[in-house]
Ligand binder design. Sequence first.
Ligand code: BG6
Ligand code: MG
Length: 223
Amino acid sequence: MATFDQIKGFVFDLDGVITDTSLYHTKAWRQLAEKLGVTWTKTLEDGLKGISRMDSLEIILKAGGIENNYTHDQKVALATEKNTNYVNEIKKMTPDNILPGIKAFLDDLRDNGYLISLASASKNGPTVLERLQLTDYFPKIVDPASLSKGKPDPEIYVKGAELLNLPPEACIGVEDAAAGIEAINAAHETSVGIGDAQTLAAADVRFDDTSQMTLANIKAKMG
Ligand code: BG6
Ligand code: MG
């Protein structure tokens, strides 16, 4: 792991880190899964976190053993249906949906000259940032449509560091999903996980929730 004073930039996941949208993704996928007769489980739910829209749909269909029952066009229609429900949820979002401590943390990063980029798999990322009034904090956003592979592949985090003109070793990646921590580690960045110890066992540094994520606490854990 890098030392704290080597760190010059932060590459952020969005859903479940900056805001609680992972709940809305879960709600919309669950609705679709149950409509298709696929049993919803906690393992299925956790396995979808950080995963792109079409990959998530494939995982759900496979869980129900029905992945060969649909044409490509039908799968696109199902993913679009989920997204329509998700977009309806995020329309209601306000800055109150920013997770605890995140605004103060972003201000602290900015005041201390750290560079910031967004590495979200979500094509709705810019809309969510607008709803939260956080767009100005994220001048650099990886376009998920430009990726050849989704998380847990490191590509999105490699690009997040490139957008900041920093080597990966000078970056911290922040994630709530196991697939995201795997991506950060494979990109050779320092991984900060937000969530439970079992799910995020591979994280270099971990906090139970966002309120504990401060520069001082990260420094104390990195050494
Ligand atoms: C990730 C979420 O950030 O984005 C996943 O954790 C979601 O749950 C993925 O499937 C893609 O999002 P979207 O908004 O492009 O469907
Ligand atoms: Mg996430």
